[in-house]
Structure formats: C-alpha cells, structure tokens
Design a protein around this ligand. Structure first.
Ligand code: ADP
Ligand code: MG
Length: 695
C-alpha cells in the first residue's frame, strides 16, 4: 500500500498540492474529458515540478507514442539561468505543449522534414509519473503528438477520439433506456501480456535475436512444450526474483500488476494488470513492456516481446479484455438480474456482434504485423478468421431472439422478448473457449488476436469505433420510435438474423472451421499485406471519418506506414539471415566438413581396409546440406535486392511476403538441417535447448 502509485502525480497528490479551486477545475477536466483550462496550467506545472524535484527529478519529458509502436521521449532539465545562478523552473506552457521537432518518426507523408514541426500536448486524463532508472529520475508527462497542421502522428490521439465516439453513441442508447445519470461511457481494457525470457549470455551470441527479436535459425530440440509441464508450473527462483522486481516497479507507477504465471512454451510467461480506462490501460501496457525489458537486463536476462521468437513452440500474444462502463457505474456488458437490465445488456451485446461482423476486416487489420503473421492461423493462436464465441447459453438466447420466441434457458418457460418478459441470463457462463479470436467471457469480450509487441491502441481504436457505429445505427432507428419495446424487439431480431454467421462456438483451430467460415462468407486474411488493405477500403475510411477518429489523410498515412514497417521488418530479417549464414553457419559447417574429410583421408592412409563409410556418409550429408544452403542464400540475396527496389509500397510488401519470406523458409530449413549434423563443438549459435531450458 505504501509503494503503490508513489511515483505518480495522481489525484491524491493533486488534491494535496493544488489550491482547491485549481484541483476542482482539473478534476472536472479529467473526469469529463473537457479541454484543459490554460489559466490553471502554471499552477499545476509548478506543483508538479516541486513534487518531482523533491523526489530527485532533474529533467522532464513529454512522453508520447509515435507510429513506431513504442514510446518516445526527449528530456529537458528544469534549470533556468538567472542573474546570479540557476533556478529549477517548469512553466504551464512547458507542461501543456512541447515542440520536440521529432521529424524522423514515420508520418506516412503527413509531414515533410522541411516543415519539421511536430507538437506534443499534455493528455491530462493520463497522470504524469516519475521514471527511475539507475540514479536518474525523470518526470514523464503523457502527451499526444501531432503535426503543425493538426494531424495525429501518434497512437494516442485517435484512441482518445475513438473513446469519445463510443461514449456519445453509447449514451444515446442509455438515454433510450431511461438513464439520465450517466455522463460518459468509458471503454475499459485489461491486457494480458505474454513474453519470453532468455539468458543474456545466449542472447548476445544470436545476431537474429539482437537484430530481429526472433530466431531466424534453430532446430527443434528433442523436447518442446509437449509435456505441458511449463504451463502454470512452479515459477523458478530466478524468474520469481525478476517478477517481484517488475511488480514493485509497476506498482510504484500505479500499474495494477495482478496476475503472473508460466505460459505454455518453455521460457514463456504472462503478466496481467487489473482493467482500467482504455487510454490509461494503453499507457500502462507500454510501461509494462518497458519495465519487463529493463528489469530483465538487471537479472542478466533479456525479455523477448516478439510474437514468435522460437518457431516450433507457441508464440506470444496479448489478450485484450474489453468492455464498456458508464460513469454511473454499470458494466454495459454485464448481464443483469432483472429483465429490464437484460434487454439493455442484449442491446449492447447485439451491437457488438453487428460491429464485429460488419468490420471483421478492420479488426484483423488492427492485429497485422510481420511478427503476428507467424501466429494467426498456426495452431496456437486464433486463426486469421474473425468470429465470436458467446458460450452455449448466450448463443442459444441470441438464436431465440432471432426466431422471435425466447424461452428462458434456465427455467424453460416460454417467453417473449419484450422488456417485461426476458429470461434471467446466466451470470457467469461456465464454458470457456480458448480458441476464439473474440470471446465473451461473462462480462467482457476478450480479443485474442493482438500480438505481444503491439501497442493496444490500434485494436481498441477499431473496437471502439465499430461499436460506436453499430450503436449509432441502433440509436438512429430507435430515437424516433413511438413503440420502443416493439421496435427494439424488431431491431434485435433483425440484427441477430443478419449477423449470426459471425458466431462460432466450436474449435477455431480445426480445418473444418476454415471450410465452414468460407461457406459463411467470413474473411480469411492470412497475412499482413492482405489484411492491411482493409484499412483503406471505402467503407472503412467513411467509418473513421464519420466518427472523427481519423481523417482520410491520416488513415492513408497509417496504411503506408504499416506497409513500410512490414517490408522493413522482413528486409532486416532477410539481411540478418544472410549475414548469419555467410559469416557463421557456412564457415562453421565448412570447418567441420574439412575435419571429416581429413579424417577419411587420414584413416585410409593408416589402413585402407578400415571401413570409413560413416565418415563418408556424414561428409555426403554435410556437403549436400551446405551446398543447398549456399544456393538458397545466394538466391535470397538477389530476391531481397529486387524487393528493396520496388517503389510502390503495397507491391513491395507483397513481394517481401511472397518472394523474400518464402525463400527465407527454405534457407532456414537448410540451416536447421545442418545444425542437426554439425558437431556441437563447431556449431556457432546457442541452440533452442540451451535458450529455452536454461533459466
Ligand atoms: P483469463 O486468463 O482467465 O482470461 P486473466 O485474469 O488473466 O483472465 O485476465 C482477465 C483480464 O480481464 C484482467 O486484466 C481483468 O482485469 C480484465 N477484466 C475484467 N473485467 C473487465 C472489464 N469489465 N473490462 C475490461 N477488462 C476486464
Ligand atoms: Mg490470463
């Protein structure tokens, strides 16, 4: 209790440090999402500085989230020269607005470097915090980042806009149900974060882990995850010590680190906080990823956040648990106790079903990157097909709504779907489905496709916006209604009928589902270049523009940035692979081949009748693998060069996927075949067995 939030300039600190009127003004701004009153900025800044300096801070930074997916900062000290020395100063102007220039971040053409101004502006809904690194303490102020012309260059601005969109549409629905007290609806998120740990000594000897965050070579060891003995296993001491320190660091930052456990793959772990407002959950998830990486190093380990560090065992994702709460304290996805509550719940539920069905492509695109392509569709993560799991009881009720004859699933009596006559819904459906990409888990949806490296901003921008749109269409239809109950019943029935194809309660990992989904007309977008196209389709652009989440220019710039990031990622991986093959693997295999060849010659020279067939077999196997590797590496060099020269971003990304990436699979197969026959004494890289089982 003492350390929780100790490094956060939170509401308690504000209450203590700010004049009463200023505090009230600021709190109202934060609670109701109003624009900040500039006249209080100086007072807030000065209190914030004093608090930070008291705790040893010398610098402050606007902490923002450019399109790289990680956070960015540029530190300024508080010192200001005076006639007779210096003062520690921090003005309201410095608090609310920064001009970091920051012209080298991706902008997808929104900014040319000659008009280099980029601005950061304080997001007072997310509290400022102190970051302690060794003996340096820095005051970090969460900010948005935009261009001179006001376009969003970051991941926070559109997220805040999407939260506004959801709030205004959800409020319209609540009003229809007679709610006059709620002033906002907030989307809430609890992201579960998976990651791997490896010993730093091994990491340092793997160029692929250093450059690409994943192994580009590596044969499977005799044991993988098949014994299921790591999942939820006893946490080893070294890892436990690391987790303890991670928790303390996070608690100081006000992050509610709650759950931790060993995950499925050896060397894999998970951490989950308690859910919060999406904006803060997004900032906090960045702090979680950052803290995991920094603390791991103190324990001579490296935290691998990549979606697939080790081919052959499970990769890492991020389960995005999402719901909506009203400011008067209701979880709108919580089935209620009374029929009245239930019809409201079913309205929000069916709006979400409609949203996911209509914009499945956008959800898929929001989880697309080169790393996640290794997971989606492999039998460990949801397939690239979006569907929803409701559980048997809820799916049954939706089916009954569709047929217009609702029976209670619990008491079996005939019921009509009127406001007065709804069944009591199961509060905590006991069945769980771990294979569904979008699963209802009792009072929230769990979006399971998100990759472990992702900022959760993108996926939540999409969820908030598509649900806002569905709610808008509901409200548009119902607001003028003269018979609300009857019209609502009709609307829900139509919605259930039209969108039930998205509901699937079976095994999403099965081949039958892929076939069945195709029959239902559901999208199956297997890779990033394909999935990203969904972002710039006409109806997607119209959706984002209509809800003021992205301008047309912003969405196109994001599409370009993401395609470029995809191509750059594969390019780096391919070049790393070529480097490792040419400078480590081929030389090591060649030395070993030479030794074996010498052995054949030496043994035969001593006695020509001795059987050297073993050495000759080995020589043959080594040489054929070596020449296959060599040939494919040469081919890869040429293919990468060709892809790098394509100027159209979409065509280039497609070439990296179809040409470069598929050649890399062959190169890897050749390298891994060699690993299995080259003497361990000669093999230049730490093996899977070493990296996965040595913590
Ligand atoms: P499991 O692994 O069984 O899915 P966890 O306990 O690991 O469950 O994670 C569930 C996550 O869902 C937690 O972060 C939790 O805080 C979050 N959560 C619970 N209720 C809500 C809600 N109403 N909105 C968003 N997230 C929620
Ligand atoms: Mg979990």
């Amino acid at each position: 209790m003492e350390i929780f939030g100790q490094n956060v300039f939170n509401q308690d600190v504000m209450r203590e440090k700010l004049p009463k009127a200023v505090f009230k003004n600021l709190k109202k701004t934060i609670d109701e999402g109003l624009p900040l009153d500039p006249t209080i900025a100086d007072v807030v800044a000065s209190a914030m500085k004093e608090w930070a300096v008291d705790r040893g801070a010398t610098h402050f930074t606007h902490w923002f989230q450019p399109m790289t997916g990680v956070t960015a900062e540029k530190h300024d000290s508080f010192i200001t020269p005076t006639d007779n020395g210096i003062l520690m100063e921090f003005s309201g102007k410095e608090l609310i607005k920064g001009e970091p220039d920051a012209s080298s971040f991706p902008s997808g053409g929104l900014r040319a470097t000659f008009e280099a101004r980029g601005y950061t502006a304080w997001d007072c809904t997310s509290p400022a915090f102190l970051r302690e690194e060794a003996d340096v303490t820095t005051l970090c102020i969460p900010t948005v980042f935009c261009s001179y012309t006001g376009e969003a260059l970051d991941k926070k601005t559109p997220l805040l806009r999407s939260m506004e969109a959801l709030s205004s549409q959800a409020l319209r629905i609540l009003r229809l149900f007679g709610n006059t007290t709620a002033r906002r609806v907030i989307s809430t998120v609890g992201p579960e974060q998976e990651y791997f740990l490896v010993d730093k000594a091994f990491f340092e000897r793997r160029l692929d882990l250093i450059m690409a965050g994943r192994t580009l070579f590596g044969a499977m060891p005799p044991k993988g995850q098949e014994m299921e003995d790591h999942y939820f296993g006893t946490i080893k001491e070294r890892v436990g010590a690391f987790m303890k320190e991670v928790n303390v660091e996070l608690w100081k930052l006000g992050v509610t680190a709650k759950t931790q456990h060993n995950e499925v793959a050896p060397g894999q772990f998970e951490i989950a906080p308690i859910f919060e407002t999406t904006n803060i959950a997004t900032d906090h998830n960045q702090l979680v990823m950052d803290t995991l990486k920094r603390v791991a190093l103190r324990h001579d380990m490296v935290c691998l956040m990549h979606e697939k560090p080790f081919a052959g065992v499970n990769g890492s994702g991020k389960h995005n648990n999402w719901s909506m709460s009203s400011s008067d304290g209701q979880n709108l996805l919580e089935p209620g106790h009374t029929p009245h509550d239930n019809i409201q719940f079913l309205t929000f539920l069916l709006a979400t079903i409609k949203a996911v069905d209509e914009y499945a492509g956008l959800l898929r695109a929001s989880c697309a990157n080169a790393g996640n392509d290794h997971r989606l569709g492999a039998n460990e993560a949801p397939p690239a097909i979006i569907s929803m799991f409701l559980g048997d009881q809820l799916a049954d009720i939706v089916e009954q709504i569709e047929t217009g004859a609702v029976k209670s699933s619990t008491i079996g009596a005939d019921m009509k779907i009127g406001v007065r006559t709804l069944p009591a819904l199961p509060k905590d459906a006991t069945d769980r489905n771990r294979t569904s990409p979008f699963a209802f888990t009792g009072n929230k949806f769990e979006f399971r496709m998100v990759g472990s490296t992702f900022s959760i901003s993108g996926p939540n921008i999409v969820i908030n916006t598509i649900v806002a749109e569905a709610l808008k269409q509901f409200a548009d239809r119902l607001e003028g209604s003269s018979d609300f109950d009857a019209d609502l019943e009709k609307l829900l029935q139509e919605t259930a009928k039209k969108h039930k194809r998205i509901i699937f309660n079976g095994n999403n990992y099965s081949d039958e589902w892929v076939e069945e989904a195709a029959k239902r007309g559901l999208l199956n977008l297997p890779n990033t270049p394909e999935a990203l196209k969904e972002l710039v389709k006409k109806d997607a652009v119209e959706l984002f523009v209509a809800h003021n989440v992205f301008t047309e220019k912003e969405i196109h710039s994001r599409y370009d940035i993401m395609l470029e990031q995809y191509s750059k990622t594969i390019n780096i991986e391919a070049l790393t692979m070529i480097d490792m093959a040419k400078r480590s693997i081929i030389p090591a295999a060649t030395s070993f081949v030479t030794e074996v060849a010498h052995s054949v010659a030496a043994v035969t020279a001593v006695c020509s009748s001795i059987d050297v067939s073993a050495q000759k077999d080995l020589l043959g196997e080594l040489s054929s693998n070596l020449s296959a590797l060599n040939k494919n590496v040469k081919a890869l060099e040429k293919i990468v060069e060709d892809a790098a020269n394509i100027s159209d971003v979409a065509k280039q990304a497609a070439a990296y996927r179809e040409e470069v990436f598929s050649k890399m699979l062959e190169v890897r197969a050749n390298g891994d075949a060699l690993e299995k026959v080259v003497s361990a004494d000669y093999w230049p890289l730490p093996t899977y067995a070493e990296m996965l089982f040595n913590l």
